[in-house]
Design a protein around this ligand. Structure first.
Ligand code: ASP
Length: 339
């Protein structure tokens, strides 16, 4: 009897732990949106003035998405316009504010995906397009292809009316100093490193992304980035690889941030959607599976929304700039795990 009681209490406690890790339910929301501004080692000692700038940036971008979705606009419009807003904000590593390559230039990646059609547009190695996400959308809607790279991506841009800039438009002093520090560290250390954090302890990646569900029940995802500080010639990260850093289908829309090579190896965004589809797990659980069973601590963060409007934003890094809102008025603007 005593044994039976302890088994029952263990089962009850486990069930409670299981439930408390999962906030997803089946009540259909009219619309929902989540966005991120990058995951990484973000010190809790961040000065209050800088913290407030980040919160303001996240809130402003969230408002852009809210106005579109509340008005019955599409998930695709919402994610494109939110990401554009973040690309124009020099705090984040996308568009203006992008990190420097090893050659002290900027090479930008972006992708967008329409969950209702599996349409997708992706670009890598852009050097003169002010808002890569809008060009990605044109690739999706106006070209017979999905993914353009480097010279070809610039050539494709020439055939469109997207705004062009000189490469130094993307330059910011903060990112330049970050690059200088990265250069010093990489020449000082000879042994190969296993994670980017071994090289650059205080690197705030700062990629941006957005996911949304609209009132027509359609899902979309968009991600944009300057990549990794000090990246080598032609390096392609996870962001424009459909299924790795960006993915949307009828189940969920997902945008990733973090160490691109790891995210790619695990085809992470697609794995989250597949895990839900194949095992029937919730969005929260599918994301935990990728973060805990596939990736290593410190690798990445994800934002995602499922077809009923559940939002999940989780990371295995110390922080992730993120914000979300749904039609029921549930609102989050956060950097660290507990705030
Ligand atoms: N995932 C991006 C990359 O590796 C970086 C980031 O998320 O900030 O290109």
């Amino acid at each position: 009897m005593k044994n039976l009681l302890s088994i029952v209490s263990i089962l009850v406690v486990s069930a409670l732990i299981f439930i408390s890790c999962d906030n997803n339910n089946q009540t259909q929301k009219d619309w929902a949106i989540a966005l991120h501004g990058g995951a990484g080692t973000i010190s809790q000692d961040l000065p209050d003035s800088i913290k407030q700038q980040y919160y303001r940036g996240l809130e402003e971008a969230l408002r852009v998405g809210e106005l579109i979705l509340r008005d019955g606009g599409s998930a695709l419009d919402a994610v494109e316009m939110v990401v554009r807003n973040l690309e124009d904000n020099p705090l984040f590593n996308a568009g203006k504010g992008s990190v420097f390559t090893k050659e002290a230039r900027h090479e930008l990646d972006a992708a967008i995906m329409d969950g209702s059609t599996l349409g997708a547009g992706a670009l890598t190695g852009l050097t003169t397009v002010k808002n890569p996400i809008s060009l990605a959308r044109k690739v999706m809607t106006d070209s017979p292809h999905i993914f353009f790279s480097g010279i070809g991506a610039e050539e494709y841009a020439n055939q469109t009316d997207v705004e062009r800039v000189e490469n130094d438009h993307f330059h910011t002093q903060n990112r330049y100093e970050q690059w200088e520090r990265a250069q010093e560290q990489s020449s000082a250390v000879e042994a190969p490193k296993t994670t980017i954090y071994d090289w650059i302890e205080d690197l705030k990646f700062g990629t941006v992304g957005a996911v949304a569900l609209d009132s027509d029940g359609k899902l979309a995802a968009a991600t944009s980035t300057g990549g990794m500080t000090n990246k080598q010639f032609g390096r392609v990260g996870d962001v424009p690889i459909i299924g790795s850093g960006t993915f949307a289908n009828h189940i969920a829309a997902i945008s990733a941030t973090g160490w691109g090579e790891q995210i790619m190896r695990n085809v992470s965004a697609n794995t989250i959607a597949n895990h839900m589809e194949f095992t029937g797990s919730s969005l929260d659980r599918a994301m935990q599976f990728v973060l805990n069973e596939r990736l290593n601590p410190g690798d990445a963060g994800f934002i995602a929304v499922d077809r009923v409007g559940n939002i999940s934003m989780q990371m295995n890094t110390s922080g992730m700039f993120r914000a979300s809102l749904d039609s029921d008025g549930n609102r989050t603007v956060m950097i660290w795990e507990n705030e």
